[in-house]
Design a binder for this molecule. Structure first.
Ligand SMILES: [Zn+2]
Length: 208
């Protein structure tokens, strides 16, 4: 009945797909093809270790695919806090799924707890990282963080704002160095009450 058990586990864990094991060799072969494709000699001294290094980097940058984000949203027992919680300037490094190019920036998370359901502050940073370390779109990354918090903590409201610089925009194509993309996901009370939303925004910008 081992198969049945793993099927059940899978059904309970829709956020972590059962990805095949990471194949470093295969990634390295692909990187070697890129080097050949641009007219480089993958065997010259400076490039010999590059396919292996890039493969290891890809594994690290996608580590969140193999982590269950729900481990970071388990409410702390015995808490009573029901005032707004904001963690701002969480550094994120993710990879755009359209170009496999990094985008880096800051994530700000605000929520108003209900029934004392809060999580440790460091868990919010770990949560952002688990979703960032996947092939992403900034819009989806923003909603995924907001949605799981809303679902797990059942708070009054959740707001997530991400500001990021996309190297696929700043290093190529339109080449707008320094252009920052801002996305937000606003749920519950933050959506219905403009005053609360404005208060959170002011705190995120650090001028409250
Ligand atoms: Zn891109």
């Amino acid at each position: 009945m081992a198969t049945k058990f793993s099927e059940e586990k899978l059904a309970e864990a829709p956020l972590v797909k059962e990805w095949p094991a990471v194949d470093l060799e295969r990634i390295a072969r692909g990187v070697r093809l890129i080097l050949e494709g641009i007219g480089e000699d993958p065997d010259r001294a400076g490039l010999q270790e590059t396919p292996r290094r890039v493969a290891e980097m890809f594994v690290e940058l996608t580590a969140g695919m193999r982590e269950d984000p729900r481990q970071h949203v388990i409410p702390l027992p015995g808490e009573k806090h029901d005032e707004m919680v904001i963690v701002r300037d969480i550094t994120i490094a993710s990879m755009c799924e359209h170009h496999l190019a990094p985008f880096v920036g800051k994530c700000h998370i605000a929520y108003i707890p209900k029934g004392g359901r809060i999580v440790g502050l460091s868990k919010l940073a770990r949560l952002a990282e688990t979703f960032a370390r996947r092939l992403q779109l900034q819009e989806r990354l923003t909603s995924e963080i907001a949605d799981i918090l809303f679902e797990a903590l059942k708070p009054v409201g959740v707001m997530v704002v991400i500001e990021a610089e996309h190297t696929c925009m700043t290093l190529r194509g339109v080449k707008k160095a320094g252009a920052v993309t801002v996305t937000s996901a606003v749920l519950g009370g933050f959506r219905t009450d403009p005053r609360t939303r404005a208060e959170a925004m002011a705190l995120i910008k650090g001028n409250a």
